[in-house]
Design a binder for this molecule. Structure first.
Ligand SMILES: Nc1ncnc2c1ncn2[C@@H]1O[C@H](COP(=O)(O)OP(=O)(O)OP(=O)(O)O)[C@@H](O)[C@H]1O
Ligand SMILES: N[C@@H](CCO)C(=O)O
Length: 302
């Protein structure tokens, strides 16, 4: 019986002002191996998934069932192995990566009853916003909307030389908690600030205007409210460009912080600065340089 292997990448959403609408794909992966067999077995592998259910309550398995339901089909029994190197609840789209892996694996298992736009829409509705699931599916940088009319998106190839440095602190922050601190209403001035900066950022990324990132990534819609949950965030947003960052933002709902850098230049000063911020705030964590993943979700049959 052939095994379907699905590898869905991590992602960084918002990029500052693109709240719930802009994200990019990063090369850390959730991997799902599905082998049809007589009974269903769900096997989370590795320390990172030690606390996740090894039964039908598992988030990826529920995603598989969700797709089968949307397709009006029953999920055949299978051995389902799950691995991930996306850190959970850190603002790197672990839930979107898991959701996309589950939906795509079930779609493959069932002979692709849903086309790609339908899988994207299902993923965006399940997650509640498209800014992690769209880059996890499509790779690159994606700007996407989700409304009554469904999802609409444009995928951008990353500009040449654009690299990412992430600071991943050693503590979890659930998206639910980080959304609960946001105000219900905003002023017109805040709305204009947000949409003008998101529009400028999208145009800057589309045209390779890396010089505009610093200004275009300014955001008061969510980062201001979330800063108390992420020690050091305000300093990094203010100071990181002095150490080689092209711009900085809270990654998704945090606590990871993303800095863009020019991949032609050394990033050692930026890493030293970010570690210094962690030390000053009594935090531990790691920093990583990553390219933007151009591929999105990948499927292999063996
Ligand atoms: N591979 C996985 N297996 C089981 N559950 C997972 C897996 N990946 C993520 N999850 C679930 O998703 C939760 C994290 O989702 P959450 O939306 O809070 O953060 P995130 O997706 O990592 O970050 P963000 O949405 O800010 O980018 C985990 O606590 C866990 O319940
Ligand atoms: N746009 C989402 C991403 C995290 O899931 C947020 O910032 O809450």
């Amino acid at each position: 019986m052939s095994t379907i292997t699905v590898r869905a990448p991590a992602s960084s959403a918002n990029l500052g002002p693109g709240f719930d609408s802009l994200g990019l794909s990063l090369p850390l992966y959730t991997t799902l191996r599905v082998t049809p067999q007589a009974t269903t077995e769900i096997i989370p592998l590795g320390e990172a998934l030690a606390g996740t259910p090894a039964d039908e309550r598992n988030y990826l398995y529920r995603a598989m069932q969700r797709l089968a339901r949307a397709a009006g089909r029953d999920l055949p029994p299978a051995r389902v192995e799950i691995e991930t190197d996306v850190p959970l609840a850190r603002g790197l789209g672990s839930s979107a990566s898991a959701l996309v892996a589950g939906l795509v694996a079930a779609n493959e298992l069932l002979g692709r009853p849903l086309d790609d736009p339908a899988v994207l829409e299902l993923a965006a509705r399940e997650e509640g916003h498209p800014d992690n699931v769209a880059p996890a599916l499509l790779g690159g940088i994606v700007v996407a909307t989700l409304d009554k009319a469904g999802t609409h998106h444009v995928r951008l190839d990353p500009p040449a030389h654009l690299g990412v440095t992430v600071l991943i602190p050693d503590f979890e922050l659930s998206t639910e908690k980080a959304r609960a601190v946001l105000p219900r209403e905003y002023s017109r001035a805040d709305a204009v600030h947000a949409l003008s900066h998101a529009a400028l950022l999208t145009a800057a990324l589309a045209t390779g205007r890396l010089d505009l990132l610093r200004h275009a990534m300014q955001d008061y819609l969510h980062q201001t409210w979330r800063a108390p949950l992420v020690p050091g965030l305000s300093d990094i947003l203010e100071e990181a460009t002095r150490f080689g960052a092209l711009g900085a933002a809270l990654s998704g709902a945090g606590p990871t912080v993303l800095c863009f850098h020019d991949a032609r230049h050394a990033t050692a000063p930026l890493h030293a600065y970010l570690h210094g911020v962690m030390r000053r705030n009594g935090l531990t964590g790691r920093t990583l340089d990553l390219p933007i993943d151009p591929h999105g979700v990948q499927v292999r049959r063996a």
